[in-house]
Design a protein. Sequence first.
Length: 534
Amino acid sequence: MKRRPRLSVTTLLAELKRRRIYPVIAAYAVVAWIVLQVGEVTLEPLGFSSRAMTFLIFAVVVGFALVLVLSWLFDLTPGGFVRDDGPVNQPVPADGQPSIAVLPFVDMSAERDQAYFCEGVAEEILNALTKLPDLKVAARSASFRYREIAGDVKKIGRDLGVAAIVEGSVRKSAERIRVSAQLVNVADGYQLWAQTFDEVPKDIFAIQDEIATGIADSLLDELTPKDRRALKTTSSSDFSAYDYYLRGRKFFKRFNKSDMEFARQMFRQAIRIDPAFAPAWAGYADCHSFLIMYADPKPDYLAEANQASCKALELDPHLAEAHASRGLAFLVSEEFQQAEGEFEKAIDLNPKLFEAYYYYARTRFHQGELESAAELFRKAADVDPSDYQSRCLRIQILRGQGRIRQARLEAKDAIAVVEKHLAWNPDDTRALHLGAGSLIVLGDAERAKRWLGRALEIDPNDSVLLYNVACNYAVIGEPDKALDYLNAAVDHGMVSISWIRNDTDIDPLRSHPGYAELLARIEAKDIAASGSAG
């Protein structure tokens, strides 16, 4: 449904500014004052009656109204007066669906040590807005690239392909928290909505909800009761728990073992303070699932992943992230059917949840359902066009299936996404090693090797990196080197036996004399882990 323009006070003030009515009012006031002063001094000496002054005042008042109307309708340009038919600014694109991006909020605190908190507040607002089906919201991974750049909002909006931008700032201290937010129209740079809150820190939850609702009210014609419930940004009511939760999310997104450990500690503190905080339980579960998948399959980790994800669902069965977390716990337990059921529930609850599609795709891959996995990776990339992982993994599947033409076509787009990501995150080893696979598809093996070398210099002991380096060298045609890296991956972490059996990148190694011995090592490691679990 196409949205009708909404005229709020903030929008009206912005429109008055755009139509240059404020200078007209100021100029008219000066002229009117002079006219009245002259009239008061000259009318009586010239023999006019007292009614003349009354008529003059009336004419000034009527003239003011007439000037306002003309100023609203017409604009003075070098070519003369032009009719201004522009609507009250509401960013609605041609397809009738408003689109926005939420930029990370700027840290205005004295110590400049609250970046994690500022990003967390912005992300909570972004996540709430994504739940509105009539609103297109740019993915976090795209909009948060602008965390360190206070740039031209028009340019940022064009880069992100959205019609409006949300930006803001946070000044946080022990006693007070001041949050300012504004919604800006990309087309002309004017505000559509703005508000500043100066409250005690514990009121941050109400502030976030009010910002999300204010933005939605400015963009959409009507919010249903269901929409307003969806705009609730967090389920916690304890500021300290929320603060730990935001710290945990910051560490979690760095995707390496040491930061995953820090994230686990932060989430544990959050649920210790607020045991009813479902997203913190989901985050805590995900940390253990990631550690099992990529670092160390400790039996305790598996138990924690299952217990914490169940707790998240028990606390909030309508939380899409809780279902995705439960699905991930099932995935690392290799309970694939149960995992798929949870991912489907997560997608039903939030069709814009990237993680649900991405881990659903990995679940299908583990089962050898490569066609389905490729399609789910495509859907994940549709949800988050700036994500390189889903694109590169899909290309690996296409290459393994012999669909080389399609793989090459998509690899060009994937490399563009990877390069843009690396421009902002030059130390992201995952982008380097996954991107290397797409370079090989394009026939640029030498550049792929340089990317792999850069990744190994940054983190030579990461098992995920070592595994993917092995895959790429296998595809290039250097099996001995590939097997060395594959053995190193097993030494430094966990390699999934079901993944490696379905990974066509490993096909060139399957006839290598050392491959059977490697599989035996992986299986022995699996048995040891499951045995200690019993």
